[in-house]
Write a protein of this length. Structure first.
Length: 323
């Protein structure tokens, strides 16, 4: 059966070292220091993120998986047969299995992810499970415009989008609208887009999810400094920074920060950056939505909200949108 496997060559648009350097210098030069969260996902960061997904405190992954398991048939029926399925931020590629199993004769699967090594490993596995499926991985930063590869010899009736994990929560509201509008252009109007969005809930539950007892999220956050040291010749002392998860009530989001434990100076690529004691680097925001606020956001991006599924405790939502 393996002769039928159609794993296309990876389309490689991974952000360059130069882009990483420029982003880090810009972020550390700002009056409120910040670093783009997409750089959390190097090889090691992607592995640590997979460990986060198994933590008892980190409810989003398993809750969304439950919702997808329970409603896979409804979702598949909305999407339709013989389609091209684009997944934004495919990661370890576990959730897509649930959808692929439920879909009627999917023509092609196009996983898009910023971590090249993760993309290769996850899709080699997937090709074994779905030997008749055309898999065309794209290594790209989907926060910037990109195009889908041609699939010679593959016919499909429609294109659908899949953006699980509440990764949309990493965007500000404006960024989320512009991402969704861009995805609409990529998928074509009339397409179905399935988006996972984490819900506003008890603050202690949220804080524990982003500051777990085992310290896995702390090492995920601190790994960004390790990456800067390795790839950009930075001089961060990891022990001099502490992970913190903060609830921003005004913006309804969890923020990850790295807090400087003392006054210190750090160099990156020959440039010096000073930190006051207690000063932070804001490394990630994870916005939490309400059903109405998410639908309004989707509408602003040109979508019609058609369906939403939630777990019993209403921790997490999966929305079906019509482009
Ligand atoms: C991958 C963006 C969905 O925001 O919950 C997990 C990343 N950060 N723990 C999230 C993350 C800290 C995660 N997303």
């Amino acid at each position: 059966k393996s002769s039928e496997t159609k794993l296309e060559e990876l389309q490689d648009l991974e952000p360059s070292l130069e882009e990483f350097r420029a982003s880090v210098i810009e972020g550390l030069s700002a009056s409120r220091k910040t670093l783009p969260c997409k750089f959390l996902y190097d090889r090691r960061g992607s592995q640590i993120f997979d460990d986060i997904c198994d933590l008892p405190e980190y409810y989003p992954t398993r809750t969304e998986r439950q919702i997808l398991e329970q409603h896979a048939r409804d979702i598949a029926a909305l999407i339709g047969p013989e389609l091209r399925l684009v997944e934004f931020g495919s990661g370890a590629g576990m959730k897509i299995r649930l959808l692929l199993q439920a879909l009627e004769k999917p023509s092609a699967y196009l996983p898009v992810d910023i971590s090249r090594e993760h993309l290769i490993a996850a899709n080699a596995d997937l090709a074994q499970t779905f030997p008749d499926l055309c898999i065309a991985p794209v290594c790209a930063d989907y926060t910037a415009p990109f195009s889908l590869p041609d699939l010679p010899g593959i016919s499909y009736k429609a294109t659908a989008g899949f953006f699980p994990g509440s990764t949309i929560g990493n965007f500000t509201r404006e960024e989320a609208v512009s991402f969704l509008a861009g995805a609409r252009g990529l998928l074509g109007s009339g397409s179905v887009m399935i988006v996972g969005a984490d819900l506003v809930k008890n603050i202690d539950v949220l804080r524990d999810a982003y500051d777990d007892a085992a310290g896995v999220t702390a090492s995920f956050n601190l790994n960004l400094l390790r990456r800067i040291n390795r790839e950009l010749g930075g001089s961060f002392e990891l022990a001099q920074f502490r992970h913190e998860a903060r609830w921003n009530a005004d913006l309804e989001r969890i923020e990850m920060h790295l807090v400087s434990q003392r006054r210190q100076e750090v160099t990156v690529g020959g440039q010096r950056f000073s930190f006051a004691a207690g000063e932070t680097i804001h490394t990630e925001s994870s916005h939490k939505y309400r059903l109405a606020s998410f639908r309004a956001l989707a509408a602003e991006a040109g979508y019609e909200p058609i369906e939403v599924w939630m777990d019993e405790k209403q921790l997490f939502s999966v929305h079906a949108l019509r482009a």
